[in-house]
Design a protein around this ligand. Sequence first.
Ligand code: PBG
Length: 337
Amino acid sequence: MDKTHLVDEITGHRRMRRNRKADWTRRLVQENRLTVDDLIWPIFIVPGTGIVDPIAAMPGVNRMSVDKAVEAVKEAADLGIPAIATFPDIEMALRDETGSNSLVANNLINQATAAFKKAVPNIGIITDVALDPFTSHGHDGILRDGIIVNDETVDQIVRAAVMQADAGADIIAPSEMMDGRIGAIRRGLDAAGHQDVGIMSYATKFSSGFYGPYREAINTSGLLKGDKNSYYISPANGTEAVRDAALDVEEGADMLMVKPGIAYLDICWRIKEAFGLPVFAYQVSGEYTQIKAAAMNGWIDGERVMMETLLCFKRAGCDGILSYFAMDVAKKLAKNG
Ligand code: PBG
């Protein structure tokens, strides 16, 4: 063979492009795939009936009253989405210093859970026990003398978790990053006869600017005093995040979550490698909004970037993704067969 090209000296017989040459070779060597089974759909619930209220900072995402949410959850189940994650936008009048509405058995989140369980029994229901939707200061825990008090908060979220399980929640996902919460919730659930209710720990939740649109969605942005740096992990710290996840594993977490998602793929990989538990990434509100905003300006192909980001979570070791795109992705996957 004529060695007329410089590249021959280096490449020789090693040509990566052979496996990329046709659609069939590319399909054959594809390492990761996104399927509907990988999706968890986060939804926002408001009080009332007949309400579908668009969230300005999250184009395409709505707050829904329970009746409307039931219809949407039915649709999600029909598309094959395995689970939803529910977040309530609690009436301002019901928010207080300690988030006491979290301990009301038929509060908004528990009403929603009970309605979903009844109408759509075959979809998994994941609920959060953080206090931020319920507090007048927007923090995830009880605020006393300027400090988010750990142990008292844990006592309260354990009680809230048991009530959520009583209402029909299948998985409790605590997002408030208090120390010792996983073990305490496990003991609380077991003592109440909820051995089958799982715990998906927000094991590594970072103090992030990407949560902005969510705080608009549940109306906590105007309330929040200060920041959450005394309980969420610094974006600078990867090893600390792995240690934090290790404690949750020891305390009995069934699944681990990394939040936010795309800027934290190294953490997804590290905790998957370290523990082997199911790992989920939360593609949070700000990530969704970035993609939407750029797409709406015609600056990127939104659908393509949506699919690409979710696939990249799989490559980074995630077993699934919480994403506001879940319905769009499920529809797209259904259409493409
Ligand atoms: C707080 C909570 C947050 C999100 C869900 N629950 C973060 C926060 O407000 O600090 C963020 C979700 C998102 O941005 O999509 N417990």
